[in-house]
Design a protein around this ligand. Structure first.
Ligand code: XMP
Length: 311
């Protein structure tokens, strides 16, 4: 049995010893993994740890402010950096999923490298978990926060010494640690990928296309909030499909996929049997709020053979 309290004691001790008298910062997305990692860091070295939150323009509606508030509530010394232009510039024109991940990763770590210098911090804590490492190693997809396994040396490339206290545990264990730390359920939100909405926009990532997915995601999350789902979200496809307007004009529109899955550790997943009424409401709201959409689909595929995200 996984002993969360013992895990906390050991990791806090390890971070305290490793960081010593140096300064450190934690890169936090607001998700449970990175938040737990930051809390462990704060327990180890207190306000010598700065919590850094990058507002990359790829988060969900209202998320940057909510994350900032929650981190503050947890008593963490938090700074937010707005970097929309940097991220959209890096993603411009890219279509291939792995190239997009790579571009995201580059800006992400380059920005953190700069911030680390500004803060005079020697160490960076991040919330990489076992599934991230396992999948990257297996070549399924390169998780944005995994470097070593793809032969990128963070210290040489970005000037970062990275500490990963959660690297050996899985999502359900991270949640047990969060509980042991007394974190409230709102800090245990559903997982959201590091590269954010960029991997839910198939094809080119532009501010407009991200905005469409952001609106559609809000609908899916609102309509499924009382249904147990590991994740529930919307994806914008690159293809188009024919539709028809009320006055019988042909319209070549966008296609949005809705996906809701059950999972324990993100390594495998099953689709959730959402009630038909909810599915229809999601479909209607997404179309009404996004006139360019002519088709809304529901994904029935498990993992494997699909992955949870589309990219
Ligand atoms: P997949 O799509 O590989 O996702 O079945 C497994 C879990 O990981 C999340 N995910 C990511 N998380 N960086 C992350 O931090 C990433 O690059 C990334 N890609 C996928 C996904 O949301 C799911 O919870």
């Amino acid at each position: 049995m996984f002993d969360a309290k013992k895990f906390v004691r050991e990791k806090v001790e390890w971070l305290k010893e490793t960081i010593g008298d140096e300064k450190a910062f934690a890169a936090v997305s607001g998700g449970v993994d990175s938040t737990v990692a930051a809390v462990l860091g704060h327990m180890a070295v207190g306000d010598k740890l700065t919590v850094v939150f990058l507002d990359d323009g790829l988060m969900r509606a209202g998320e940057p402010q909510q994350v900032y508030n929650r981190l503050k509530q947890l008593g963490l010394n938090t700074r937010i950096y707005r970097l929309w232009d940097d991220f959209f510039a890096a993603l411009k024109g890219l279509i291939d999923p792995e190239e997009k991940r790579k571009a995201f990763r580059e800006v992400f770590y380059r920005s953190l490298g700069k911030i680390s210098e500004e803060l005079g911090a020697k160490f960076m804590i991040q919330g990489t978990i076992a599934a991230d490492v396992v999948e990257t190693k297996a070549g399924v997809k390169t998780q944005h926060n995994v470097l070593e396994q793809i032969n990128v040396h963070p210290l040489e490339r970005y000037g970062l010494k990275i500490l990963e206290p959660l690297k050996d545990i899985y999502k359900h264990e991270v949640r047990a640690v969060a509980k042991a730390l007394g974190m409230k359920p709102e800090s245990m939100r559903r997982p959201f990928p590091g590269p954010g909405l960029s991997i839910r926009v198939i094809g080119e990532v532009t501010p407009e296309r991200v905005e469409l997915v952001r609106r559609a995601t809000k609908v899916v999350e609102e309509e499924t909030k009382n249904i147990p789902c590991f994740q529930a979200f919307a994806v914008l496809l690159q293809d188009r499909a024919t539709g028809v307007t009320k006055d019988l004009k042909r319209k070549y529109g966008e296609i949005v996929v809705v996906r809701a899955v059950k999972s324990k550790d993100a390594m495998t997943a099953e689709p959730v049997a959402l009630p038909w009424k909810i599915l229809r409401r999601i479909e209607r709201r997404i179309r009404e709020e996004n006139p360019s959409v002519t088709h809304v689909l529901y994904d029935l595929t498990g993992k494997p053979p699909a992955t949870i995200e589309f990219e």
